[in-house]
Design a protein around this ligand. Sequence first.
Ligand SMILES: [Zn+2]
Length: 270
Amino acid sequence: MPELPEVENVRLTLLPLVQGQLVRKVTICRPDIVTGLATPLSLLQGKVIGDVIRHGKQLAIIADDPSQTTINVHLGMTGRLMGISCPFPKHCHVRWQLSNTDTLGFIDPRRFGGLWTFGALADLQDQRWSKLGPDALVITPDQLAQGLAKTKRSLKAALLDQNLLAGLGNIYVDELCFNAKIRPDRIACALTVDDCRLLVREMRKLLKTAIKRGGSTLRDYVMVNGQSGKFQNLHKVYGRAGNNCVRCKTPLHGQLLAGRTTVFCPHCQQ
Ligand SMILES: [Zn+2]
């Protein structure tokens, strides 16, 4: 599932393609992929695209009109926003023909992702994004400490909880705990303010590096231009259970935590 660095790369590659473009025509092949009004107008037909923003793992495509008509995009497991060339690619549920002759498609074979339409950006923020925790790139150590203090779950489970912190998934939580040298099975509320400072610092460093490398492509994720990410080649623990730790050569330990495969170094991470 695409996490913050992958979704940010979708945003960065989408923005130059769509910003300032008039949406000439919207074709809805599967209305059930849309929550809210599923009309060409609600999906920005006839409107100029003003901006594309992100919170956690979600995107919003915003019209340059007075109320800022908004499409909220969740890529789910296999969702892609892509420039498309053939008229009806497989699993393309909605497509937008733009005034620059580009066509953008929302493609999602497994349909765990979706689109939500809002008459105004403020409605998206009230109804959906206000329920999410702070974005992982901007959360402060105090905000993280407050979130972790409320839960006796493992640190892994807490960092995966989008209502506490928006943007991380299985890959980046494991990588973050390794970089911060903290065991993912520690009880969240037992972490100190210093631990939270360290986690926030390492989180920003990790996410910025991953964004620069185009994110991690494991299965389905590609950028809007069809390119894959390269950060998967730099994973230190994710997917490496049983291999040696890159720091101390101890075999990495894999276990199920919060229902997810979790990999850490039993020597480096205390
Ligand atoms: Zn180690």
